[in-house]
Structure formats: structure tokens, C-alpha cells
Design a protein around this ligand. Structure first.
Ligand SMILES: NC(=O)c1ccc[n+]([C@@H]2O[C@H](COP(=O)([O-])OP(=O)(O)OC[C@H]3O[C@@H](n4cnc5c(N)ncnc54)[C@H](O)[C@@H]3O)[C@@H](O)[C@H]2O)c1
Length: 290
């Protein structure tokens, strides 16, 4: 372990966590705290330490650590499903996050919170459109207030639709690109939730993780949006795969528009996305042809 500073990544075994851990490892000792609700051991990165547990228990599980930074990613992360999982979302994103904030306050280190761009979608109405969006938006305010009430360093990021090789393709928590990818690979129609013209700024996890690590190193305060400037409707994404498209009924909580604002990460750190969703889909098609 040497003289490396310690960094805690909650949710280190999920989608974005592993890409972040890869970037942090050369410089830091990295500890992940994940309860494996969605996360998987398959996502473990050599060299990181993995603790299994709920964020509610962070003090008892990681009480002996004095991290330089906490990247708080370990929350329930699904929009539409959050209506059915209310208790689970509350336990993770309210009760669990409160304990993470108390842990932060006690250690007086820096926290980086993984907020959601749903706070800004549909002209700001997005924050109230689902239990997930509301709790994520409230947490950005809670983190900011904690920072100001107790004089603690913090930075808040807002991610736009992450995708990448570790996205979930199966089960009730499959991500939309994960689902499309699997349908395409098995020659089935791509199922698009109506109305189909809902717009998303799909952003590669490596671009999200790079922005996140820059904010961890140098960011301070609120409003670090990290997202690709290109937006596509869900029908346009489905069409990129080609083949048959099947429409599914509309679902509650499904925002229509998102407006991306990455001005802080661009101005302060020169962040720019290095990937596009079109290239990613093309690479999946090439893999299938081989
Ligand atoms: N991926 C996106 O498009 C996106 C967009 C906006 C915000 N975010 C936020 O960024 C963070 C990371 O996103 P992701 O896509 O990697 O999500 P993810 O669901 O793939 O990863 C989150 C990880 O946290 C773990 N976890 C959940 N609740 C926990 C708890 N109470 N205690 C310990 N571990 C817990 C899960 O098992 C999972 O491994 C999340 O907080 C999410 O809300 C993601």
C-alpha cells in the first residue's frame, strides 16, 4: 500500500465504478463498498479492495479508514423501476447516503457525489418525475448544504445516460442499451418504450469516469455536468442497430428531453468526450458479424 492516499468508491462494482477505479488505482489505494444489489464481482478490478456491505453500515465497515476522497456512487440507480422499489430506494439513497455523509463529516475529507441529470430534464420538471429522480436531486442539495453547514469540501457531478461494456443486459434492472444489445445479438426485434422520441445524451462510462476523476482531483462545488453533447431519440438509437423495432407502452417516469451542460468540466479541466454511442453500436455490430 506504501504511501498512497486512500480513496473510497461506494458502488465500485457497478457500471461506472470499475472505470473510475481503473483511473484511480495508479495513484491511490482504492476501497470499494458495494452491497452487490446490481454490482457484480465480475466487475472487480485487480488491485482494488472490495468490501461487501450497505452504505448504512459504512462507519462499522470502514471506521478505521481515513480517506482523502469519497466517491459516492453506491445508490439505487433506476428511474422507472423506482416506483416499485420505493423502500429499497429510500434505504439506499436516503438512509444509506445519510450515513455516508455522516462518515464524511467525521473525517472532514472530500466527497464527490454522483448526481443525476434527471434533475434538469424536461425544463426542471424531471426532478419530480420519479422517486429515483427526486431522491437524487434532493441528495445534491443535501450534500451542498452539508458542505456549507460544516465547512467540508465537496463536488457534485451530474451524469447523462452511461453506457459501456459492463452494462446490465438481463433482468429487471437491465439498462436500455444493454437490452438493445442483447436483442440485437439474438436477432430479436429491438423494443422501444413509447413515445420513442424521448431524447438522451448517451455517454460512455470511460468518459464519465474521466470527468469524475478530474472533479475528484480538482473540482469544488456544484454543477459539474458530465455528458456527451450529442443527443439521440430512443428510436434513432434503435435504428442504429438496424432491423425490426417493436414499440412498448409508455412508462411512468420516462422523461422526454434532456439539455446537457458540461461547461464547468470543459472550462476547468478541458474535459471532452472521446467516444460516441454511434461508434459503440457500430463496434457491437462488427463483433456480431465476426
Ligand atoms: N449510469 C448513469 O447513466 C447514471 C446517470 C446519472 C446518475 N448516475 C449515478 O451514478 C452512480 C453510479 O451509476 P452506475 O450506472 O454505475 O450505477 P450502478 O447501479 O451500475 O452501480 C451502483 C452500484 O452501487 C451498488 N449499491 C447500490 N445501493 C447500495 C448501497 N446502499 N450500499 C452499497 N452499494 C450499493 C450497486 O450494487 C451497484 O454496484 C449512481 O449513484 C447513479 O445513480 C448514473
Amino acid at each position: 500500500m506504501g504511501d498512497k492516499k486512500t480513496v473510497i468508491v461506494t458502488g465500485g462494482a457497478g457500471l461506472i465504478g470499475p472505470s473510475l477505479i481503473e483511473l484511480l488505482l495508479p495513484k491511490y489505494r482504492v476501497i470499494s463498498l458495494d452491497n452487490y444489489f446490481i454490482g457484480s464481482e465480475k466487475n472487480h478490478i485487480d488491485g482494488a479492495e472490495y468490501i461487501k456491505g450497505h452504505t448504512k453500515d459504512i462507519e462499522s465497515l470502514l471506521g478505521g479508514e481515513t480517506p482523502a476522497i469519497i466517491f459516492h456512487l453506491g445508490e439505487y440507480s433506476r428511474v422507472e423501476q423506482s416506483f416499485n422499489d420505493l423502500e429499497l430506494v429510500w434505504e439506499s439513497n436516503v438512509a444509506g447516503t445519510f450515513r455516508v455523509l455522516q462518515y464524511w463529516k467525521k473525517r472532514k475529507c472530500k466527497i464527490v457525489y454522483a448526481g443525476s441529470s434527471t434533475k434538469f430534464s424536461d425544463g426542471g420538471l424531471g426532478r419530480d418525475q420519479s422517486p429515483y429522480a427526486w431522491m437524487k436531486a434532493s441528495n445534491t442539495e443535501l450534500v451542498k448544504n452539508y458542505g456549507e453547514w460544516f465547512g467540508l469540501p465537496f463536488a457534485i457531478t451530474y451524469f447523462y445516460n452511461g453506457y459501456g461494456p459492463r452494462e446490465l443486459a438481463d433482468g429487471p434492472y437491465a439498462s436500455v442499451l444493454g437490452r438493445f444489445k442483447k436483442q440485437y445479438a439474438s436477432g430479436k426485434p429491438i423494443t422501444v418504450v413509447a413515445p420513442g422520441h424521448q431524447r438522451r445524451n448517451f455517454t460512455h462510462v470511460d468518459d464519465l469516469a474521466r470527468g469524475l476523476s478530474m472533479v475528484g482531483e480538482r473540482g469544488q462545488g456544484d454543477e459539474y455536468g458530465i455528458g456527451s453533447p450529442e443527443s439521440f431519440t430512443m428510436l434513432e438509437i434503435a435504428e442504429m442497430f438496424g432491423g425490426e423495432i417493436e414499440m412498448l407502452p409508455e412508462r411512468k417516469g420516462n422523461r422526454l428531453e434532456s439539455v446537457v451542460d458540461t461547461s464547468r468540466v470543459e472550462k476547468e479541466f478541458g474535459w471532452k468526450p472521446q467516444h460516441t454511442v454511434r461508434e459503440y453500436i457500430e463496434s457491437l455490430k462488427t463483433q456480431k458479424r465476426k
